[in-house]
Write a protein that binds this ligand. Sequence first.
Ligand SMILES: Cc1ncc(COP(=O)(O)O)c(C=O)c1O
Length: 365
Amino acid sequence: MERVYNFSPGPSMLPLEALSRARDEMLSQGGTGMSVMEMSHRSKAYLEIIHGAEQLLREIMSVPDNYKILFIQGGASAQFAMVPFNLFRAGRADYMQTGQFAAKAIDEASRFLTVNVVASSKDKKYSYIPELDKSKCDPEADYFHITINNTIYGTRFTTGAGTSGLPDTGGVPLVTDMSSSILSEVYDVSKFGLIYAGAQKNIGPAGLCIVIVREDLIGRAKPGTPVMMDYKTYADNESLYNTPPTFAIYMAKLVFEWVKARGGVAELQKVNEEKAALAYGFLDNAKVLRPTVAPRDRSIMNIPFVTGDEALDKKFIKEAETHGLVSLAGHRSVGGMRASIYNAMPLEGVKALVRFMEKFEMENK
Ligand SMILES: Cc1ncc(COP(=O)(O)O)c(C=O)c1O
């Protein structure tokens, strides 16, 4: 069967190797005579899968020993509430507002504690990462929240020197939504108190969320926190308090194996940087198409661009489909185009996109 280059922001392309393996194992998982979906989550065969997934993620992200890895349901959005419930101490938290998901996180947290928005880029349609004025930060805040990669607007906190870097939060735990960039570049986990990521971009099926949390932040949830929203429930029971999303965790394990086989996150990062440089290299010199994000803050996962003419944008998206390049429409709230090029998008897919862009430029001068 013909596969397309799928530029969807999520759910998005998964590695062919992981999908093929799941297909091969669909009817009988590891010689058990049953699918992983039919298997007790307490069986030996399944415990090997969930523990294996955790170990692999720990290895490929170099997660320090004093951090727990939790498999939680409810997508990344459930974390918008779980973070304030679990990290509630003084009842105040600092947030940077860098996109729609950051705004949703702020709205949700505001229902449970006092949110201080310390910086925002809403004034320019979230097209950049704002500078942080440290005097606005609360040194006694329960935590400081950022969305490290903004899926809709294609911006990210770049972690290298001379860039917009990570905010220096002193002793305040740094919490990040890493849904659209986990495993795409090397992150130093020890810089964060808590990382959460919805699985449906670089990990596996939607609905599953990975939480990586420093141990000292677990076990002090706000009184009244529901059992299923307390990180301690997951930490104490190895994410097996109730029936976890078994198939999603199995797929995540296959993807983690793929990451390891590809040489790990550092190797994937090199390919991701090459893919992004190729796309941006073309867009920066194009006449009809133009990128919307300033070079300093560009995501290497989500690349938004526009023609400036809605009808021409639509034409681009429609014609691209006939070349096997699909899901290139920008988010419904912003329009234009967006190429999401997560780990599973091969370099060839970006080359095919650039060839199509060249053709489009020639024909629409
Ligand atoms: C950065 C970011 N945060 C949160 C979400 C919401 O994730 P979910 O739909 O899993 O709740 C998304 C969804 O795509 C996202 O890109």
